[in-house]
Write a protein that binds this ligand. Sequence first.
Ligand SMILES: [Zn+2]
Length: 495
Amino acid sequence: MKKIYFLFSIVVLNCSLYAQSTNEYDIVLIGGRVIDPETKLDAIRNVGIRNNKIAVISSNSIKGKETINVSGLVVSPGFIDLHIHGRTNIEQEYQLHDGLTTALELEWGIENLKDWYLSRKDKALINYGGSVNWPYERFKAISKFTDNANSLLQKNRKEGISDIEAMTNTVLPAATEKLTDAEILKTAANVKNSLLEGAIGIGAPIGYLPKSNPLEFYRIFQTASELKSPIFVHVRNPDIISIQEAINNAILTNSSLHLVHINSMATGNIDLALEMVTTAQKKGFEITTELYPYTAASTTLQSAMFNDGWQERLGINYADLQWEATGERLTKESFEKYRNQGGVVIMHMMKPAWIKTGIKAPGVLIASDGMPYSKLAHPRTSGTFARTLGSYVREEKVLTLMSAIEKMTLLPAKRLEEISPMMKTKGRLQVGADADITVFNPTTITDKGTFETGPAFSEGVEYVIVNGIFALKNGKTVANTFAGQPIYGKYKNWQ
Ligand SMILES: [Zn+2]
């Protein structure tokens, strides 16, 4: 009996060895143009996936339980977006069709982060994560709001209002508070707690609290530096002086700064803003930036961005504002009515040349600033990545395909890997990397959302694999598949 068992074990062992030696993978992608921005591989290869990882990249023929012929298509690391605001699968499905495998809320961050991570477990289409929400941690630290901060936030969560809008409305009453020393210390302690819940850095959109004290802003940079945590900043005002304030704080505290959407912050001064960023980098400071490829911005009309003097600050007038709920352009009268009411507005305020300058600049990441879904939400919500590949690589030839893919995969992964070591195996198409893969047609990829019609699924993204599982196949969402995993910062202290 023992002998039979022994023989049986040998047969089983040999079978499994046989399966490995004949390269039977879970999924095989045959004949695609495989691009990896880190090794600069750009060649026709077969890719084999086993146990959620990339197991082989080869010119030899390989076999899989499931084999897909992807000849004529580009096989890229899955796209990584470090700036999104929609927190549900509605937004994630648009992102999936735009080629994303990871979408992170790092500009504003997320309150009550551990609860949020738990609420998304086994439910997300693509990988998800968030930073510390500094405006909320600051709000909670102000003694008169400490006890009821969360209930005020819940009260603002009404039907038809997105999480980000509810948050903006909640922290607004504290916008001009001058924090005491004790409250500033409490803010730092709150920030630290949120990092322990798994936050990926600190989101500091001071542009929504532009009258807040410069001391406080400087202190949050000190906190970021002490905690060795990157800080993601929407600067105080859309002007070069505000960009200088953030860069100064980063340099003085030696903290790691990421400036969000440089296009809408620098506007006509984008050349100077980029010069400042690269000069700081050359001096060894970890300062980076990102851009979305559209000439309009979008935010809430009740926010501080539209305080008196906005026309001059933004260089636009009423008719350049488009009300998201109806698509109408505003007048003085409708502006006042809607500002009282509250809601999202699209601001046509940038020139195509500024976008071109930013998108081609080495080291500038692509990030969508995608909005929570609404019928007429800003089209960046659904098309940022396909638009970069269709309009700026294929049509305008502003970027090479390799360079565009690098800005959408490797650079965001590298930017985050110190605070989130999980990112070291993302953004790469290499053996051992996570099987987050986007397969697209470079001759047809294009964004379909517009300012007139709102978000729409991008076209040309044929397959998306998230952690070794097909989330998109033949250009269609795979039903009932929730392959997205949480991305955490390194300080997470719970299981
Ligand atoms: Zn922003």
